[in-house]
Design a protein around this ligand. Structure first.
Ligand code: FMN
Ligand code: FE2
Ligand code: FE2
Length: 389
């Protein structure tokens, strides 16, 4: 069944839902799957925009054939060479050897890296400001280097005012699961594109000059209607600005005492009126922990000491935050140790490598189990965290 992106549109959705994948990029749990989006523009010339992951090639080829209605596509526009979008290029090129492959010079240069026996389709390297006339539709190319990978470009179609935004504005979750956008878009953005805040800011500035009515990303739903909330969240996330006031309490506890301290602290914070999310780093999705850390303006890290260092789930969490350029937040520390507490020193060493992190003093040190005087110190820490709001 043909799926135009709006009732009278000549732009069609030909993407595929993947509900059987467990880990996206072999690391992010996707309990509701993911969609590999692809589009087709039917005009005097026909353009396909991106392909899909090799897991979905056959279904996508069938959908493309239905839109093409027995004709061959004139162009395949390649926004991004990552296999979740470019993985079916070879299959398409073999079917349509006359079709022109359109992409940035860097994207075209990557083609032989991924495909050894690509047919000799014509290619067209495009750069910032180049246009491709399709008839009544015109694609304007906007380079978006490092909005995930260096070869990325987005395309603006001026007749229907559609931005094909590549990985930007994407979301985890197959389209068949109709869930709210923000939570899974946040987890997607901050883990996948989060490190590249500055390039995303550059793209947002370019996008602000365009009259955009619809955003067609490579994952998740096509965005229509009032686009301001989506643009606002992207502005917030890419500038490393906290999305809201609140506290993530993240703990890593070997025998459970540090977890109890974290729960006690969380209760104190709630009693003071704070919005609080508690995450057990030993059994959570790390990507969700990262997303929650970016969401709030403050964070409490509570961890057991471990072999002269910090219990590894906490170390791993901090490493993830460091990789994703975590910055511009206030952090409080709680450590536990039975003979030579050293978790806080090790947590701080990683935090010190990050930009604009304020570590609240004093750190709370617990020896083995939480005692009344520890509760007193935790209450004082909750007050100090509250003062930073
Ligand atoms: C393998 C292992 C290594 C540990 N290393 C240290 C250490 O280097 N320094 C220390 O003070 N305590 C160390 N501990 C004790 C833990 O920090 C202890 O579990 C903690 O004080 C109690 O908090 P918990 O119940 O949250 O684990 C270690 C415990 C284990 C099981
Ligand atoms: Fe990507
Ligand atoms: Fe992607």
């Amino acid at each position: 069944m043909l799926k135009p992106i709006s009732p009278d549109s000549s732009i069609f959705y030909i993407g595929v839902d993947d509900t059987t994948i467990d880990l996206f990029e072999n690391q992010y749990p996707v309990p509701h799957g993911v969609s590999y989006n692809a589009y087709a523009i039917r005009d005097e010339k026909t353009a396909l925009l991106d392909t899909v992951d090799p897991r979905a090639t056959e279904q996508w080829l069938e959908q493309a054939a239905e839109v093409l209605d027995g004709t061959a596509p004139d162009y395949l526009v390649i926004s991004h060479m990552e296999p979740d979008h470019a993985g079916s290029i070879q299959a398409l090129a073999e079917r349509y050897p006359e079709m022109t492959l359109v992409g940035s010079a860097k994207a075209l240069a990557m083609l032989p890296q991924f495909f050894r026996n690509l047919p000799r389709n014509p290619t067209l390297a495009v750069k910032e400001g180049d246009v491709l006339e399709l008839g009544t539709h015109t694609l304007h190319f906007v380079m978006a280097p490092m909005v995930h990978w260096p070869e990325v470009m987005v395309s603006y179609e001026s007749a229907e005012k559609v931005l094909f935004s590549a990985d930007a504005f994407g979301k985890f979750g197959a389209l068949c699961t109709d869930e709210p956008w923000t939570d899974e878009a946040r987890r997607y953005f901050l883990n996948i594109v989060g490190k590249y805040g500055t390039p995303v800011q550059t793209l947002l500035k370019k996008a602000a000059k365009l009259d955009i009515q619809t955003i067609c990303p490579l994952h998740g739903p096509v965005l229509t209607g009032d686009l301001a909330p989506y643009l606002h969240l992207y502005q917030t996330w890419s500038s490393y600005t906290p999305e809201e006031k609140g506290v993530l309490v993240a703990h890593a506890s070997i025998h459970g005492n540090t977890a109890k301290a974290a729960a006690y602290l969380a209760e104190q914070l709630k009693a003071l009126g704070e919005k609080v999310t508690v995450i057990d780093l030993c059994r959570c999705d790390m990507a969700e922990a990262v997303a929650q850390a970016f969401r709030y303006d403050r964070m409490v890290l509570a961890a057991s000491s471990y072999d002269g260092g910090v219990f590894l789930p906490m170390e791993e969490f901090l490493l993830h935050l460091q990789y994703k350029a975590f910055q511009n937040r206030t952090v409080a520390l709680v450590e536990n140790g039975s003979w030579a507490p050293c978790a806080a020193k090790n947590m701080r060493a990683v935090l010190d490598t990050m930009k604009q992190i304020t570590v609240l003093e004093p750190t709370v040190t617990i020896r083995s189990a939480v005692k009344p005087e520890d509760e007193e110190h935790l209450r004082a820490l909750a007050e100090a965290v509250r003062q930073e709001a």
